[in-house]
Design a protein around this ligand. Structure first.
Ligand SMILES: Cc1cc2nc3c(=O)[nH]c(=O)nc-3n(C[C@H](O)[C@H](O)[C@H](O)COP(=O)(O)OP(=O)(O)OC[C@H]3O[C@@H](n4cnc5c(N)ncnc54)[C@H](O)[C@@H]3O)c2cc1C
Length: 379
Protein backbone atom coordinates (compact mmCIF):
# COMPACT_ATOMS: atom_id res chain seq x y z
CA UNK A 1 0.00 0.00 0.00
CA UNK A 2 1.19 3.48 -0.76
CA UNK A 3 0.58 6.25 1.76
CA UNK A 4 1.22 9.82 0.82
CA UNK A 5 0.32 13.19 2.24
CA UNK A 6 -2.43 15.23 0.69
CA UNK A 7 -0.07 18.13 0.09
CA UNK A 8 1.70 16.00 -2.53
CA UNK A 9 -1.33 16.44 -4.78
CA UNK A 10 -1.13 19.63 -6.76
CA UNK A 11 -4.35 21.40 -7.81
CA UNK A 12 -3.56 20.57 -11.44
CA UNK A 13 -3.32 16.86 -10.65
CA UNK A 14 -6.55 17.02 -8.65
CA UNK A 15 -8.33 18.63 -11.58
CA UNK A 16 -7.10 15.87 -13.87
CA UNK A 17 -8.26 13.24 -11.42
CA UNK A 18 -11.72 14.78 -11.18
CA UNK A 19 -12.08 14.49 -14.93
CA UNK A 20 -11.12 10.80 -14.87
CA UNK A 21 -13.92 8.30 -14.68
CA UNK A 22 -13.93 5.35 -12.27
CA UNK A 23 -11.01 3.04 -13.00
CA UNK A 24 -11.90 0.20 -15.30
CA UNK A 25 -11.32 -3.36 -14.13
CA UNK A 26 -7.72 -4.45 -14.62
CA UNK A 27 -7.25 -6.74 -17.63
CA UNK A 28 -7.46 -10.36 -16.47
CA UNK A 29 -4.10 -11.28 -18.01
CA UNK A 30 -2.33 -8.67 -15.89
CA UNK A 31 -3.80 -9.96 -12.64
CA UNK A 32 -4.53 -13.65 -12.21
CA UNK A 33 -7.62 -14.37 -10.11
CA UNK A 34 -5.51 -15.91 -7.37
CA UNK A 35 -3.15 -12.94 -6.95
CA UNK A 36 -3.53 -11.18 -3.60
CA UNK A 37 -5.41 -7.94 -3.95
CA UNK A 38 -5.68 -4.96 -1.65
CA UNK A 39 -9.07 -3.76 -0.44
CA UNK A 40 -10.07 -0.70 1.56
CA UNK A 41 -12.85 -1.35 4.07
CA UNK A 42 -14.50 1.77 5.48
CA UNK A 43 -15.99 1.18 8.94
CA UNK A 44 -14.94 -1.16 11.76
CA UNK A 45 -18.37 -2.19 13.01
CA UNK A 46 -19.28 -5.85 12.97
CA UNK A 47 -19.98 -5.78 9.20
CA UNK A 48 -16.66 -4.17 8.29
CA UNK A 49 -14.64 -6.44 10.55
CA UNK A 50 -16.44 -9.60 9.35
CA UNK A 51 -15.75 -8.55 5.76
CA UNK A 52 -12.12 -7.57 6.35
CA UNK A 53 -11.30 -10.74 8.27
CA UNK A 54 -12.79 -12.93 5.55
CA UNK A 55 -10.84 -11.13 2.83
CA UNK A 56 -7.65 -11.42 4.88
CA UNK A 57 -8.24 -15.12 5.54
CA UNK A 58 -8.61 -15.59 1.77
CA UNK A 59 -5.07 -14.24 1.35
CA UNK A 60 -5.82 -10.64 0.40
CA UNK A 61 -4.52 -7.44 1.95
CA UNK A 62 -6.98 -5.12 3.64
CA UNK A 63 -6.86 -1.71 5.23
CA UNK A 64 -9.80 -0.91 7.51
CA UNK A 65 -10.51 2.78 8.14
CA UNK A 66 -12.49 3.68 11.25
CA UNK A 67 -13.30 7.24 12.24
CA UNK A 68 -13.76 6.38 15.90
CA UNK A 69 -11.00 5.58 18.42
CA UNK A 70 -11.95 1.89 18.63
CA UNK A 71 -13.67 -0.79 16.55
CA UNK A 72 -17.25 -1.81 17.39
CA UNK A 73 -19.47 0.80 15.74
CA UNK A 74 -22.96 0.66 17.19
CA UNK A 75 -21.92 -2.31 19.35
CA UNK A 76 -20.63 0.43 21.61
CA UNK A 77 -19.42 0.66 25.19
CA UNK A 78 -19.58 3.98 27.02
CA UNK A 79 -17.05 4.12 29.87
CA UNK A 80 -17.76 6.09 33.06
CA UNK A 81 -16.38 6.21 36.60
CA UNK A 82 -19.53 4.33 37.70
CA UNK A 83 -19.09 1.47 35.25
CA UNK A 84 -19.72 0.88 31.56
CA UNK A 85 -22.91 1.22 29.54
CA UNK A 86 -23.90 -0.53 26.34
CA UNK A 87 -24.90 2.71 24.69
CA UNK A 88 -25.95 1.07 21.40
CA UNK A 89 -26.72 -2.64 21.01
CA UNK A 90 -28.35 -4.05 24.15
CA UNK A 91 -28.10 -7.75 23.34
CA UNK A 92 -28.10 -9.92 20.26
CA UNK A 93 -29.65 -13.15 19.07
CA UNK A 94 -28.08 -15.93 17.02
CA UNK A 95 -29.96 -17.62 14.18
CA UNK A 96 -27.38 -18.02 11.38
CA UNK A 97 -25.05 -21.03 11.71
CA UNK A 98 -22.12 -19.01 10.37
CA UNK A 99 -22.59 -16.38 13.08
CA UNK A 100 -22.81 -19.10 15.69
CA UNK A 101 -19.58 -20.65 14.41
CA UNK A 102 -17.81 -17.30 14.42
CA UNK A 103 -18.90 -16.66 18.01
CA UNK A 104 -17.19 -19.94 18.90
CA UNK A 105 -13.88 -18.27 18.02
CA UNK A 106 -14.35 -15.76 20.86
CA UNK A 107 -14.70 -18.01 23.90
CA UNK A 108 -15.48 -16.17 27.12
CA UNK A 109 -16.31 -12.97 25.23
CA UNK A 110 -20.02 -13.74 24.83
CA UNK A 111 -22.43 -14.72 27.60
CA UNK A 112 -26.18 -15.23 27.85
CA UNK A 113 -28.23 -12.53 29.55
CA UNK A 114 -31.52 -13.68 31.04
CA UNK A 115 -33.55 -10.71 29.98
CA UNK A 116 -36.70 -12.78 30.31
CA UNK A 117 -38.05 -10.22 32.77
CA UNK A 118 -38.92 -8.02 29.80
CA UNK A 119 -42.41 -6.60 30.17
CA UNK A 120 -44.60 -4.15 28.36
CA UNK A 121 -45.43 -1.02 30.32
CA UNK A 122 -48.08 1.59 29.94
CA UNK A 123 -47.53 5.34 30.30
CA UNK A 124 -47.47 5.19 34.09
CA UNK A 125 -45.09 2.28 34.32
CA UNK A 126 -47.79 -0.33 34.97
CA UNK A 127 -47.18 -3.76 33.55
CA UNK A 128 -49.89 -4.42 30.99
CA UNK A 129 -48.48 -7.67 29.63
CA UNK A 130 -46.60 -10.31 31.55
CA UNK A 131 -43.10 -11.49 30.71
CA UNK A 132 -42.48 -11.91 27.04
CA UNK A 133 -41.85 -15.59 26.43
CA UNK A 134 -38.09 -15.98 25.90
CA UNK A 135 -38.22 -17.34 22.35
CA UNK A 136 -34.47 -17.35 21.92
CA UNK A 137 -31.39 -16.69 24.03
CA UNK A 138 -30.20 -13.12 24.44
CA UNK A 139 -26.42 -12.73 24.28
CA UNK A 140 -24.11 -9.93 25.36
CA UNK A 141 -20.39 -9.43 24.86
CA UNK A 142 -18.38 -9.06 28.05
CA UNK A 143 -17.24 -7.05 29.81
CA UNK A 144 -18.84 -4.59 27.37
CA UNK A 145 -20.65 -4.85 24.06
CA UNK A 146 -17.72 -3.61 21.95
CA UNK A 147 -15.46 -6.43 23.17
CA UNK A 148 -16.57 -8.95 20.54
CA UNK A 149 -15.67 -6.78 17.56
CA UNK A 150 -12.52 -5.62 19.34
CA UNK A 151 -11.42 -9.24 19.69
CA UNK A 152 -12.24 -10.07 16.06
CA UNK A 153 -10.34 -6.95 14.97
CA UNK A 154 -7.18 -8.01 16.80
CA UNK A 155 -5.53 -9.91 13.91
CA UNK A 156 -6.17 -6.90 11.69
CA UNK A 157 -4.72 -4.50 14.27
CA UNK A 158 -1.70 -6.76 14.81
CA UNK A 159 -0.89 -6.76 11.11
CA UNK A 160 -1.29 -2.97 10.79
CA UNK A 161 -4.49 -3.34 8.78
CA UNK A 162 -6.66 -1.29 11.15
CA UNK A 163 -6.42 2.48 10.91
CA UNK A 164 -8.37 4.12 13.74
CA UNK A 165 -9.44 7.75 14.17
CA UNK A 166 -9.36 8.08 10.42
CA UNK A 167 -12.46 9.16 8.52
CA UNK A 168 -12.67 8.49 4.81
CA UNK A 169 -13.89 11.68 3.17
CA UNK A 170 -13.44 10.88 -0.52
CA UNK A 171 -12.94 7.94 -2.86
CA UNK A 172 -11.23 8.64 -6.15
CA UNK A 173 -9.31 6.94 -8.96
CA UNK A 174 -5.71 6.29 -7.96
CA UNK A 175 -3.43 8.94 -9.42
CA UNK A 176 -0.41 6.64 -9.59
CA UNK A 177 -1.84 3.19 -10.32
CA UNK A 178 -4.26 2.67 -13.17
CA UNK A 179 -7.22 0.39 -12.37
CA UNK A 180 -7.00 1.21 -8.66
CA UNK A 181 -8.66 3.45 -6.07
CA UNK A 182 -7.32 5.85 -3.49
CA UNK A 183 -9.10 7.29 -0.47
CA UNK A 184 -8.71 10.69 1.11
CA UNK A 185 -8.92 10.66 4.88
CA UNK A 186 -9.05 13.00 7.83
CA UNK A 187 -7.37 11.95 11.07
CA UNK A 188 -6.90 13.53 14.49
CA UNK A 189 -6.57 17.30 14.32
CA UNK A 190 -8.12 17.19 10.84
CA UNK A 191 -4.80 15.90 9.42
CA UNK A 192 -5.36 14.82 5.83
CA UNK A 193 -3.81 11.82 4.11
CA UNK A 194 -4.33 9.90 0.94
CA UNK A 195 -4.04 6.10 0.92
CA UNK A 196 -3.71 4.56 -2.51
CA UNK A 197 -3.35 1.29 -4.40
CA UNK A 198 -6.71 -0.34 -3.62
CA UNK A 199 -8.19 -2.88 -6.00
CA UNK A 200 -11.62 -2.35 -4.47
CA UNK A 201 -13.44 -0.36 -1.80
CA UNK A 202 -16.09 -1.65 0.62
CA UNK A 203 -18.26 0.82 2.54
CA UNK A 204 -19.38 -0.92 5.75
CA UNK A 205 -21.23 2.10 7.13
CA UNK A 206 -24.92 3.03 7.55
CA UNK A 207 -26.57 3.50 4.14
CA UNK A 208 -27.05 7.31 4.39
CA UNK A 209 -23.33 7.68 5.13
CA UNK A 210 -22.41 5.41 2.21
CA UNK A 211 -24.73 7.42 -0.03
CA UNK A 212 -23.24 10.75 1.10
CA UNK A 213 -19.64 9.54 0.65
CA UNK A 214 -20.28 8.19 -2.85
CA UNK A 215 -22.20 11.32 -3.82
CA UNK A 216 -19.47 13.71 -2.67
CA UNK A 217 -16.88 11.47 -4.37
CA UNK A 218 -18.93 11.34 -7.57
CA UNK A 219 -18.49 7.57 -7.64
CA UNK A 220 -20.65 4.45 -7.34
CA UNK A 221 -23.52 5.79 -9.44
CA UNK A 222 -24.82 2.26 -9.98
CA UNK A 223 -25.28 1.78 -6.22
CA UNK A 224 -27.19 4.99 -5.53
CA UNK A 225 -30.78 3.92 -6.35
CA UNK A 226 -30.54 0.91 -4.02
CA UNK A 227 -29.00 2.99 -1.22
CA UNK A 228 -31.75 5.61 -1.54
CA UNK A 229 -34.42 3.00 -0.84
CA UNK A 230 -33.11 2.19 2.65
CA UNK A 231 -34.37 4.04 5.76
CA UNK A 232 -32.76 4.12 9.18
CA UNK A 233 -34.39 5.71 12.25
CA UNK A 234 -32.48 7.66 14.91
CA UNK A 235 -32.34 6.92 18.64
CA UNK A 236 -31.65 9.20 21.58
CA UNK A 237 -30.13 7.20 24.45
CA UNK A 238 -29.95 8.20 28.12
CA UNK A 239 -27.44 6.61 30.51
CA UNK A 240 -27.98 6.88 34.26
CA UNK A 241 -25.94 5.72 37.27
CA UNK A 242 -27.20 5.51 40.87
CA UNK A 243 -24.20 4.55 43.03
CA UNK A 244 -26.31 5.21 46.17
CA UNK A 245 -28.11 1.92 45.46
CA UNK A 246 -25.00 0.10 46.63
CA UNK A 247 -25.86 0.82 50.29
CA UNK A 248 -25.93 -2.47 52.24
CA UNK A 249 -29.69 -2.31 52.80
CA UNK A 250 -30.49 -1.58 49.19
CA UNK A 251 -29.73 -4.17 46.51
CA UNK A 252 -31.11 -1.98 43.76
CA UNK A 253 -33.53 0.86 43.18
CA UNK A 254 -36.89 0.73 41.49
CA UNK A 255 -38.63 -2.10 39.71
CA UNK A 256 -37.96 -5.82 40.01
CA UNK A 257 -37.52 -6.29 36.27
CA UNK A 258 -34.23 -5.72 34.51
CA UNK A 259 -35.38 -4.82 31.03
CA UNK A 260 -38.60 -3.58 29.51
CA UNK A 261 -40.13 -2.73 26.22
CA UNK A 262 -42.22 0.33 26.88
CA UNK A 263 -45.23 1.91 25.27
CA UNK A 264 -44.50 5.27 26.91
CA UNK A 265 -44.63 7.92 24.18
CA UNK A 266 -41.00 8.85 24.79
CA UNK A 267 -39.33 5.59 25.79
CA UNK A 268 -39.15 2.35 23.81
CA UNK A 269 -36.67 0.32 25.88
CA UNK A 270 -35.00 0.35 29.31
CA UNK A 271 -32.39 -1.99 30.71
CA UNK A 272 -30.54 -2.32 34.00
CA UNK A 273 -26.93 -2.49 32.83
CA UNK A 274 -25.81 -3.93 36.13
CA UNK A 275 -27.98 -7.01 35.51
CA UNK A 276 -25.90 -8.07 32.51
CA UNK A 277 -23.19 -10.70 33.06
CA UNK A 278 -19.65 -9.52 33.62
CA UNK A 279 -20.68 -5.97 34.52
CA UNK A 280 -19.91 -4.02 37.71
CA UNK A 281 -22.59 -3.86 40.42
CA UNK A 282 -23.35 -0.14 40.51
CA UNK A 283 -27.00 0.44 39.57
CA UNK A 284 -26.99 1.73 35.99
CA UNK A 285 -29.79 2.12 33.46
CA UNK A 286 -29.78 2.62 29.73
CA UNK A 287 -32.91 4.20 28.29
CA UNK A 288 -33.71 4.34 24.59
CA UNK A 289 -36.20 6.83 23.23
CA UNK A 290 -38.69 5.63 20.64
CA UNK A 291 -37.77 6.15 16.96
CA UNK A 292 -40.69 8.58 16.53
CA UNK A 293 -39.75 10.72 19.53
CA UNK A 294 -36.05 10.59 18.60
CA UNK A 295 -36.90 11.75 15.09
CA UNK A 296 -39.01 14.64 16.33
CA UNK A 297 -36.29 15.79 18.75
CA UNK A 298 -33.27 14.94 16.61
CA UNK A 299 -31.81 18.46 16.64
CA UNK A 300 -32.73 19.32 20.26
CA UNK A 301 -29.83 20.08 22.56
CA UNK A 302 -28.53 17.45 24.97
CA UNK A 303 -29.83 19.13 28.14
CA UNK A 304 -33.38 19.38 26.86
CA UNK A 305 -33.42 15.75 25.72
CA UNK A 306 -31.90 14.61 29.00
CA UNK A 307 -34.55 16.40 31.06
CA UNK A 308 -37.42 14.94 29.04
CA UNK A 309 -36.09 11.39 29.04
CA UNK A 310 -35.26 11.54 32.74
CA UNK A 311 -38.85 12.57 33.49
CA UNK A 312 -40.16 9.68 31.40
CA UNK A 313 -37.73 7.30 33.12
CA UNK A 314 -39.11 8.33 36.53
CA UNK A 315 -42.68 7.81 35.31
CA UNK A 316 -41.94 4.33 34.01
CA UNK A 317 -39.66 3.02 36.78
CA UNK A 318 -40.80 5.00 39.81
CA UNK A 319 -37.14 5.81 40.54
CA UNK A 320 -37.09 9.35 41.89
CA UNK A 321 -33.50 9.43 43.16
CA UNK A 322 -31.18 11.91 41.47
CA UNK A 323 -28.66 10.07 39.29
CA UNK A 324 -24.97 10.75 39.91
CA UNK A 325 -24.36 10.33 36.21
CA UNK A 326 -26.76 11.30 33.43
CA UNK A 327 -25.57 11.53 29.85
CA UNK A 328 -27.37 11.37 26.52
CA UNK A 329 -26.05 10.10 23.22
CA UNK A 330 -27.68 10.69 19.86
CA UNK A 331 -27.53 7.88 17.31
CA UNK A 332 -28.45 9.56 14.06
CA UNK A 333 -28.61 6.17 12.31
CA UNK A 334 -29.73 3.55 14.81
CA UNK A 335 -32.31 1.09 13.54
CA UNK A 336 -33.24 0.12 9.98
CA UNK A 337 -36.90 0.73 9.20
CA UNK A 338 -36.68 -0.19 5.51
CA UNK A 339 -33.99 -2.73 4.65
CA UNK A 340 -32.33 -3.29 1.28
CA UNK A 341 -33.60 -6.86 1.09
CA UNK A 342 -30.35 -8.47 -0.09
CA UNK A 343 -27.13 -9.25 1.80
CA UNK A 344 -24.90 -6.58 0.22
CA UNK A 345 -24.28 -4.40 -2.83
CA UNK A 346 -21.31 -5.07 -5.12
CA UNK A 347 -20.72 -3.17 -8.32
CA UNK A 348 -18.24 -5.43 -10.13
CA UNK A 349 -17.27 -2.95 -12.90
CA UNK A 350 -16.20 -0.27 -10.40
CA UNK A 351 -15.26 -2.72 -7.60
CA UNK A 352 -17.11 -0.68 -4.99
CA UNK A 353 -19.39 -2.42 -2.50
CA UNK A 354 -21.63 -1.56 0.43
CA UNK A 355 -22.63 -3.68 3.41
CA UNK A 356 -24.06 -3.32 6.90
CA UNK A 357 -27.01 -4.42 8.99
CA UNK A 358 -29.34 -2.26 6.89
CA UNK A 359 -28.96 -4.67 3.96
CA UNK A 360 -30.89 -7.38 5.80
CA UNK A 361 -32.48 -5.78 8.86
CA UNK A 362 -31.59 -4.00 12.07
CA UNK A 363 -29.72 -6.54 14.17
CA UNK A 364 -26.11 -7.31 14.99
CA UNK A 365 -26.39 -10.66 13.23
CA UNK A 366 -27.62 -8.90 10.08
CA UNK A 367 -24.43 -6.81 10.17
CA UNK A 368 -22.26 -9.90 10.52
CA UNK A 369 -23.98 -11.83 7.73
CA UNK A 370 -23.89 -8.81 5.42
CA UNK A 371 -20.14 -8.31 6.02
CA UNK A 372 -19.46 -11.98 5.38
CA UNK A 373 -21.55 -12.03 2.20
CA UNK A 374 -19.83 -8.85 1.05
CA UNK A 375 -16.43 -10.55 1.26
CA UNK A 376 -17.77 -13.58 -0.62
CA UNK A 377 -19.15 -11.30 -3.34
CA UNK A 378 -15.76 -9.57 -3.64
CA UNK A 379 -13.95 -12.93 -3.82
C1 LIG B 1 -29.33 2.47 20.26
C2 LIG B 1 -29.17 1.18 19.50
C3 LIG B 1 -29.66 0.00 20.03
C4 LIG B 1 -29.53 -1.20 19.35
N1 LIG B 1 -29.95 -2.35 19.92
C5 LIG B 1 -29.74 -3.53 19.31
C6 LIG B 1 -30.07 -4.75 19.94
O1 LIG B 1 -30.50 -4.77 21.09
N2 LIG B 1 -29.85 -5.91 19.27
C7 LIG B 1 -29.31 -5.94 18.00
O2 LIG B 1 -29.10 -7.03 17.45
N3 LIG B 1 -28.96 -4.78 17.39
C8 LIG B 1 -29.16 -3.60 18.01
N4 LIG B 1 -28.79 -2.42 17.39
C9 LIG B 1 -28.30 -2.48 16.03
C10 LIG B 1 -26.83 -2.94 15.96
O3 LIG B 1 -26.06 -2.09 16.76
C11 LIG B 1 -26.40 -2.89 14.51
O4 LIG B 1 -27.21 -3.80 13.78
C12 LIG B 1 -24.94 -3.28 14.25
O5 LIG B 1 -24.08 -2.82 15.25
C13 LIG B 1 -24.57 -2.69 12.89
O6 LIG B 1 -23.21 -2.99 12.57
P1 LIG B 1 -22.59 -2.40 11.24
O7 LIG B 1 -21.19 -2.87 11.18
O8 LIG B 1 -23.49 -2.68 10.10
O9 LIG B 1 -22.61 -0.79 11.40
P2 LIG B 1 -21.94 0.13 12.51
O10 LIG B 1 -21.84 -0.60 13.79
O11 LIG B 1 -22.69 1.42 12.48
O12 LIG B 1 -20.45 0.35 11.96
C14 LIG B 1 -20.12 1.37 11.03
C15 LIG B 1 -18.76 1.94 11.40
O13 LIG B 1 -18.33 2.81 10.36
C16 LIG B 1 -17.69 3.92 10.94
N5 LIG B 1 -17.72 4.97 9.91
C17 LIG B 1 -18.82 5.61 9.39
N6 LIG B 1 -18.45 6.45 8.41
C18 LIG B 1 -17.09 6.36 8.31
C19 LIG B 1 -16.12 7.00 7.47
N7 LIG B 1 -16.48 7.88 6.52
N8 LIG B 1 -14.82 6.70 7.65
C20 LIG B 1 -14.43 5.79 8.60
N9 LIG B 1 -15.31 5.16 9.42
C21 LIG B 1 -16.62 5.44 9.26
C22 LIG B 1 -18.49 4.21 12.19
O14 LIG B 1 -17.74 4.95 13.14
C23 LIG B 1 -18.78 2.78 12.69
O15 LIG B 1 -17.79 2.31 13.57
C24 LIG B 1 -28.89 -1.22 18.07
C25 LIG B 1 -28.37 -0.03 17.54
C26 LIG B 1 -28.50 1.16 18.26
C27 LIG B 1 -27.88 2.42 17.70
Amino acid sequence: MTVKTKSANTPARNATARKRAAPAAEPASASPAQAPRHYAVVGAGIAGIACARTLMQAGHHVTVFEKSHAPGGRMATHHTEFGDFDSGTQYFTVRDARFEKALGTAPGRVRPWSANTVRILDEAGRVIASSLPPKEAHWVATPGMNELVKQWAQPLAASGALTLQTQVIRIEPDKLHPYRWQVQTEGPGAASRVYSGFDGVVLAVPSPQAHALLLSSQQGKALMPALSGVSIAPCWTLMLAFPQALQPTLSHLGPQWNAARSTHHRIAWLARESSKPGRSAIERWTVQASPEWSGRHLEDDDERVKAKLLKAFTEVTGIRAAPSHAVVHRWRYAQTTEALGQPCLWDAPSRIGCCGDWCLGHRVEDGFVSGLEMALAVL
